[in-house]
Ligand binder design. Structure first.
Ligand code: SAH
Length: 473
C-alpha cells in the first residue's frame, strides 16, 4: 500500500483532507511504538482486527507483557531511537506512535512519513498521516466517525448516538446478505437489478428475520423477490424544504437514499444534495427566470422516460412541490403516461423564512389571513395579480419570486392605498447559513434591496407582522 505523504496535506484543507478508508489488518505487521496505557488501548484495537503487532518500548505494561507472553505480539526492541526505527519501520502496514512523549511520537511520525508508511501519532493529528476514527461495530458492519482530529470528544458523542440507532442484529443481517450475494448475482447479473432486489429485501420482512438470525425465513422472502418480475419504475415528487437539511422530512430523506436518479432544481442547496445516495445519478433540470436549463415539457418527458425504463426517479424540488413548484403539471404528465408516483410535501419557503427570521405569518392583533402570491411577471412584463385582495390590511402577503419585480410590486400596493410606512421584510436564502433579513417599508424596500444587492432566492413578506419580528435573546 502506498499513501503519498503530504501532497495535499491535511492543513491545506482541514475539512476534507482526511479520507476515510477501511484497511485490511488481518495478518499485517503493525509497529506499535510505546508500551504503556496508550499503547494498550491501540494494541487492543489492533489485535481485535487481527494485526501482527511489533512493539518497540522500554517499559511494558502488564497487559502488553501478557500479549507478548501469549505470542500475540512481539517485543522487537527497547529504545525508539532512529536506528531501531529505521530497522523496524520498513514493511509495516501501519505505525502507531503511542508513547507518552510527544517529541518521540513526532520523530516516529517523521521517519515513517519519509518511508511513506501511514503513521498515527496518538492524540496529535498534525504530524499524523492517518487518524483512528471512533467506531460503531456490528459484526462486519463498521460505522466510523471522524472529525479529522478536530474534536475527538464530539466524535465519541456521535458514536454513542449511532450506537443507539443501529439494531443489534445489523451484523447478522450483513453476514446473511454476504452469504446470499452469489445467489442473487447469479440470477440477476445487472448491477441495477441486484441493487433493486437488495433494497426491496431491506425494506421488507426478510431483513428483520435476518437480524433475528432466522435465515430460512429470510430465504423465503428473498426467494419471492428473486422470482418476481422486474419492478416497474416510479417517480417520487418530493419537497426538500428551503435549504437547511434538518428541515427535510424523514420520508424525503428515505427516498433520497433510495433513488436511482435525482432530477433537481437550482433551488436545491449543495448541503441537501449531499444527502442523496452517492451512486444515484444527479440530473440538473433547474429553472431560473429567463435561464431555463430544460423546458418543463422536457423535464416531464425525462421523468417518464426514466420511470418507464425501471428507474426510481426522485424529482426533488425546493420547498413544497405544490407551492409555485409546478408539481401539479408534473403529476398530470405522469398520470397521462401511466407512470405511478408518490408525493411528499416539503416545508415551503414561507414557513422556513418566517421561522428562521422570527416573523410570524399570522398574528391575532393584525393578521387574520396569509396570502401567497408570485411576483413572477408574464412574458410581456405585466404582473397579473389580485391587487385588491393584496391591499387588504388585516393579512400578511408573502411574495415568492418577487425580487426582480419588487419596484412594481411596492408601487402597485401603494397605488392600492397601503401607507408608505407599511412594513416589508425580505428574507434572502432563508434557513441557509448565509440567510440575510432586510426590513423596511413599502416606500423604502426596493431601494434597500437594490443597495444590498439581494438576489434570488428571496422571499418578500408584507404586513404588520414584520413589526412583531422576534429574535431570540
Ligand atoms: N416550491 C417552492 C417555491 C418555488 S418558487 C417553495 O415551496 O418554497 C421559487 C421562489 O421561492 C424563490 O424565488 C423565492 O421567492 C422562494 N424561495 C425558495 N427558497 C427560498 C429560500 N431559501 N429563501 C428565500 N426564498 C426562497
Amino acid at each position: 500500500m502506498n499513501i503519498q505523504p503530504t501532497v495535499s496535506s491535511p492543513e491545506a484543507n482541514p475539512e476534507t483532507g482526511w479520507f476515510p478508508i477501511s484497511i485490511r489488518l488481518s495478518g499485517a505487521r503493525v509497529l506499535l511504538v510505546g508500551g504503556g496505557e496508550i499503547a494498550v488501548n491501540k494494541g487492543r484495537l489492533l489485535l481485535d482486527h487481527g494485526a501482527r503487532i511489533d512493539i518497540l518500548a522500554e517499559d511494558l505494561h502488564p497487559v502488553v507483557q501478557g500479549w507478548i507472553d501469549e505470542g500475540r505480539a512481539y517485543h522487537v526492541g527497547g529504545r525508539a531511537d532512529d536506528t531501531a526505527l529505521r530497522s523496524y519501520l520498513p514493511g509495516c502496514r501501519l505505525v502507531y506512535a503511542a508513547t507518552d512523549n510527544r517529541d518521540i511520537n513526532r520523530r516516529v511520525a517523521s521517519l515513517a512519513d519519509e518511508l511513506n508508511i501511514p503513521v498515527c501519532a496518538v492524540d496529535d493529528p498534525q504530524p499524523s498521516s492517518f487518524i483512528t476514527p471512533a467506531q460503531v461495530r456490528r459484526g462486519m458492519v463498521r460505522v466510523a466517525v471522524s472529525t479529522g482530529g478536530a474534536a475527538p470528544v464530539l466524535a465519541r458523542r456521535l458514536r454513542e448516538q449511532i450506537e443507539t440507532l443501529l439494531p443489534d442484529g445489523t451484523g447478522r443481517l450483513a453476514a446473511y446478505m454476504q452469504s446470499r450475494r452469489a445467489l442473487v448475482s447469479g440470477r440477476y447479473p445487472a448491477v441495477q437489478d441486484r441493487k433493486r432486489i437488495w433494497e426491496s429485501f431491506l425494506d421488507g420482512p426478510g431483513a428483520e428475520a435476518a437480524r433475528a438470525g432466522d435465515e430460512s425465513r429470510s430465504d423465503v422472502f428473498l426467494g419471492a423477490l428473486l422470482d418476481a418480475d422486474r419492478k416497474p419504475g416510479e417517480v417520487w415528487l418530493v419537497g426538500a424544504g428551503p435549504g437547511d437539511p434538518d428541515l427535510l422530512t424523514l420520508k424525503a430523506l428515505h427516498l433520497m437514499q433510495n433513488a436511482d436518479s435525482v432530477l433537481y432544481d437550482n433551488l436545491l442547496s449543495p448541503a441537501l444534495l449531499d444527502m442523496v445516495r452517492r451512486d444515484a445519478e444527479l440530473v440538473f433540470v433547474g429553472k431560473q427566470r429567463n435561464r431555463h436549463a430544460l423546458p418543463q415539457e422536457e423535464i416531464n418527458r425525462e421523468m417518464v422516460r426514466r420511470a418507464q425504463a425501471g428507474e426510481r426517479v426522485l424529482r426533488l424540488k425546493g420547498g413544497d412541490p405544490f407551492i409555485f413548484g409546478r408539481g401539479g403539471e408534473e403529476i398530470e404528465a405522469l398520470v397521462e403516461a401511466g407512470v405511478s408516483f408518490r408525493l411528499v410535501p416539503g416545508i415551503s419557503a414561507a414557513n422556513g423564512c418566517a421561522a428562521y427570521s422570527g416573523i410570524p405569518l399570522t398574528h391575532r392583533d393584525c393578521a387574520q389571513a396569509c396570502l401567497f402570491v408570485t411576483g413572477h411577471a408574464k412574458a410581456d412584463g405585466v404582473l397579473d395579480l389580485p391587487w385588491d385582495d393584496m391591499a387588504d390590511r388585516r393579512q400578511t402577503v408573502v411574495i415568492y419570486m418577487g425580487i426582480s419585480t419588487l419596484p412594481q410590486l411596492a408601487a402597485g400596493l401603494l397605488a392600492k392605498g397601503l401607507p408608505i410606512d407599511w412594513p416589508v421584510a425580505i428574507v434572502e436564502r432563508g434557513t441557509q447559513p448565509t440567510q440575510r433579513v432586510l426590513t423596511g417599508t413599502l416606500s423604502s424596500i426596493a431601494q434597500q434591496a437594490a443597495e444590498a444587492q439581494v438576489k434570488s432566492p428571496a422571499l418578500v413578506i408584507v404586513g404588520q407582522v414584520v413589526r412583531h419580528r422576534v429574535i431570540s435573546p
